[in-house]
Design a protein around this ligand. Structure first.
Ligand code: PEP
Length: 263
């Protein structure tokens, strides 16, 4: 399977947004758009990642729609199972609530909350072992890019999880390449630069697992309707992880539409 034959994913990362009433309206608007202008499930997987507190409500609201929209957790505990761990939500508890997808290693978790590679690995292992699909985020800082270390940084992040993902578990890993300097800044990697990094990631994955050729590699970093078609046209960009633009139903829908129809 070549990169362009992979069904794309478009996932909205709502981060610490929005208020409950706005979340309800956002889901309602998205469902309406998907009902009025259908995007076939075989053309694009769609997901949204609300705050933990809203996972069940959003999932219930989405389940009444005319197509599957996955509900994705933004993070999980590095501790597995259940126990005396105040404030934590384990992979098993997510799974028990019917959540099958989780973001791991987002740069905001790594940079602001101290998720080291060791912690990220624990989270990936717990999630995969509990049966979740992981959207594993990688990406270099501006300094690393300017120092010519972008590729090395990202490939190292890919190699990091190879010790915890078993051979038959790679089908439950989706990679999201998010250059940190492009997140929430309005700056996007040029389609050529993004494609080049995605091709390197695919090469790296393929050295680790034969599934590397069929794994989805999403791009994230100021994706919006205006740049989605160009990004979607790149053979190794199999979708988008969308922050800011996912808080507007129409923008998010347009990005999903661009990937569904360009691929
Ligand atoms: C993100 O945080 O995953 C992201 C890509 O954000 P934005 O689209 O706002 O840059």
């Amino acid at each position: 399977m070549s990169g362009s034959a992979i069904t794309p994913w478009v996932v909205g990362n709502w981060k610490m947004n929005p208020m409950r009433a706005d979340a309800k309206q956002l889901v309602q608007e998205l469902k309406q758009l998907l009902q009025d202008h259908v995007i076939d499930e075989s053309q694009c997987h769609i997901g949204v990642a609300p705050i933990s507190l809203a996972l069940s409500n959003v999932q219930a609201q989405l389940s009444a729609g005319n197509r599957t929209v996955y509900t994705v957790a933004q993070d999980l505990s590095r501790i597995a199972g259940t126990g005396a761990y105040t404030g934590e939500i384990s992979a098993e508890l997510l799974k028990d609530s019917g959540i099958d997808f989780v973001l791991v290693g987002h740069s905001e978790r790594r940079e602001i909350f101290g998720d080291s590679p060791a912690i990220v690995n624990e989270k990936v292992k717990n999630a995969i072992d509990a049966g979740l699909t992981v959207i594993y985020c990688v990406g270099e800082s501006l300094e690393q890019r300017e120092n010519g270390q972008a590729e090395q940084t990202v490939l190292q992040q890919i190699c990091d999880i190879a010790s915890v993902v078993q051979a038959d578990q790679w089908e439950r890993v989706v990679v999201a390449y998010e250059p940190i300097w492009a997140i929430g800044t309005g700056k996007t990697a040029s389609p050529a630069d993004a494609q080049a990094m995605h091709a390197k990631i695919r090469e790296g994955l393929s050295q680790i697992t034969p599934m590397g050729q069929s794994m989805a590699i999403l791009y994230g970093g100021s994706v919006k309707p205006e740049n989605a078609v160009e990004l979607a046209a790149c053979p190794d960009i199999n979708g988008a992880l969308v922050g800011g633009a996912s808080l507007n139903a129409e923008s998010f829908y347009k990005i999903a539409h661009a990937f569904a129809n360009t691929k």
